[in-house]
Design a protein around this ligand. Structure first.
Ligand SMILES: [Zn+2]
Length: 381
């Protein structure tokens, strides 16, 4: 038996008034996802444990059976895994724009890779501590690495959550590490504007030690591959010993290369026991807050990803799990920690006829802990 996990990031939503009080998923024509729900069985799964931020890292780890309460150390270290770097503590390090003490742009105008790299280079040349190292990533998404141990924890805030607000209450405080971070941020405000006009300081967040995730193959006895458009999922895969299949020309948006994603997915299914296909476009559209565009994005996903895959696999040889990692309601334009609808194909049917938030809640699996999903998928039923 082969296993396929389809994760359209952020697809679940709330009822939207201007969609006639239906969710984008309910409005969208999704015959292929409906097929999976109708011929399989459904439920809703809590993928973000209480007390955790509903990030894609936490949600996808939970789906893969990793108890984040034991293993999650932060977003920075997972991105470090993706890039093949490590340190004692790693922070995600945004290049941001702050004017008059207010966070005006967490992405520094989506600064180009090239310009960001120049900034990182200068930061590394002029850094005030030997144990600190900056690592260039993509655009505003860079890393700050500490090659020195600190026992104290520091509370940081994602800059996209404080957009438009005074930064002072969100600056690191309390403790040695916080003190160093704060000084680094102040120092960066002197250095960065000399290199670029887009950003004027760094914003470290999501820091932690390198995690020790359970090895996927040892745990489930099957070989797995990850196909994704984002670093974060690549980091999770590498941390769990899954292979990462690179796909050319993907954009992480709704204009992504659907054909290549499908082609690589089909190819990987021949080679591996399990393939996880994670796509980002629907989440991006949700962050834009455009309900109509989200409906379109869901229809494109259904047709160009799910439909094309169903056409090309042997349906009695592949078990499929379909679910978003977390909801990203267009109304709030951010992730929420509520349960997500899931459908499993290749198991005893239930009465659910379509794939949606409300219909899946009536499925025979009921409401489950997201940690049970992998067992449910790989169980012999
Ligand atoms: Zn998102």
């Amino acid at each position: 038996m082969k296993y396929l996990i389809l994760i359209p990031d952020g697809m679940a939503d709330w009822r939207v008034e201007r969609l006639g009080n239906r969710t984008p998923l309910e409005v969208a024509e999704t015959e292929n996802m409906d097929f999976i729900a109708r011929e399989g069985a459904c439920g809703i799964a809590k993928t973000v444990p209480n007390g955790f931020e509903p990030g894609s890292d936490v949600a996808n780890l939970t789906i893969l059976g990793v108890d984040v309460r034991k293993h999650y150390t932060g977003r920075g270290p997972i991105e470090a895994l993706a890039r093949g770097v490590s340190g004692e503590i790693v922070f995600r390090c945004n290049l941001v724009r702050v004017d008059d003490g207010v966070m005006v742009d967490y992405s520094a105008g989506r600064i180009s890779d090239e310009e960001a790299r120049k900034v990182i280079e200068v930061l590394n040349t002029e850094k005030p501590h030997e144990f600190v190292e900056f690592h260039a990533g993509k655009s505003y998404r860079n890393l700050l690495i500490f090659n020195k141990r600190f026992e104290d924890k520091v509370r940081t805030y994602p800059p996209h959550d404080i957009q438009g607000r005074k930064i002072e209450p969100y600056m690191p405080s309390d403790g040695e590490l916080a003190d160093i971070l704060r000084k680094l941020m102040d120092w960066s405000a002197e250095v960065v504007p000399g290199v670029t006009e887009k950003a004027n300081m760094i914003w470290p967040w999501g820091g932690g030690k390198m995690p020790q995730f359970p090895d996927f193959r040892r745990r489930y006895g099957i070989r797995a591959a990850m196909i994704t458009e984002v670093d974060l999922l690549e980091g999770i895969a590498k941390g769990m010993g899954m292979d990462v299949v690179e796909v050319e020309g993907v954009t992480g948006y709704i204009d992504t290369n659907y054909r290549k994603l499908v082609r690589e997915c089909i190819k990987a299914l021949k080679e591996y026991d399990l393939v996880l296909l994670h796509t980002e476009g629907i989440d991006e559209v949700s962050h834009e807050g455009d309900a109509e565009l989200k409906v379109e994005a869901i229809e494109m996903y259904d047709e160009k990803i799910v439909g094309k895959i169903l056409d090309r696999i042997e349906l009695d040889e592949v078990k499929i799990l379909l679910l978003p990692d977390h909801p990203t309601p267009v109304k709030v334009r951010t992730h929420v920690a509520e349960p997500v609808p899931f459908a499993v194909y290749g198991v005893r049917k239930d009465d659910v006829k379509v794939y949606s938030e409300r219909s899946c809640a009536k499925g025979r699996f009921g409401r489950i802990n997201g940690l049970e999903l992998m067992n449910l998928l790989t169980a012999k039923n």
